[in-house]
Design a binder for this molecule. Sequence first.
Ligand code: SF4
Length: 308
Amino acid sequence: MQYIFGPVPSRRLGLSLGISPIPGKTCNYSCVYCQLGPTDNLSNKRVLFFPPEAILAELEETLAKKPAFDVATIVGEGEPTLYLGLGDLIQGIKARVQKPVALITNGALASDPQVRKEMALADIVLISLDGYDQASFKKINRPLGRIDFDQVYAGLRTFSQEYRGQLWLEIMLLAENSDRASLEKFARLLKEVKYQRLYLNTPVRPPAEAYVQPLGPQEMQEAVQVLGGISIDLLLSQGFHSEIPDHYQAILSIIGRHPMNQYEIESFLAGRGCPAAGPVLARLDRDPAVEVLEYQGYTTYRIKAKKG
Ligand code: SF4
């Protein structure tokens, strides 16, 4: 398979069927934290790297094997909005897949109305915002040439006002953008963006630059307090473990003692080699013994207290 990969468990999206329309590694940024390493092909030109038909034919081949997944995700080995056929590709995926289509992008091209139009075809758009001004943007994202922070931010703001789907933002927090003053600058920028979720992340895989250090739990907690988002670190299993072989019974036994959110359940199941959290979560939603609580962007599950 050249374009389709997975399904793979994703902390934010559940079980994700990946679709890559970009040759590796082609990007308009060369982020210091990038887990793909330094950008080989630094470019800001949209190109029809591959015909959409070829990608969709491979998708059909994959779907014929009936893989279980929660979302089809366009995520290039680089920046997927550089793919000139993005709009046709999203429409083609939507015609073939009965699941939400997500797009993961750095948002650098959101200042272009045509790109915004294509991005808006996706059900979920995840956009990164790692800098809060030109200096921090250049330091962390190392964009090509004249890509300007104010223009990128304006594109994000406009997209957020036009878009009718789910806009999820992600900030990658490093030593360079996580002191109190930086967090307050982010908070000011975020006030003008309409988004449904904010994920706060810190590198967990080897970054492009060896000097990049992840934040510790306390610093992540401070960022959550200032920005009000969800720390991706906190989405990981907190060491939940069960000897019960049946996945569902194992979760019931844990949530009888300790509530778990959807991400902890996904992570717990992935750790046990259970590839599909979706059906388990759906069963929990229907289970009359289980209480389902929505709080600050988390869906939390616990066993209902017995009356009397
Ligand atoms: S935008 Fe994404 S793919 Fe491009 S360099 Fe940054 S992290 Fe890597």
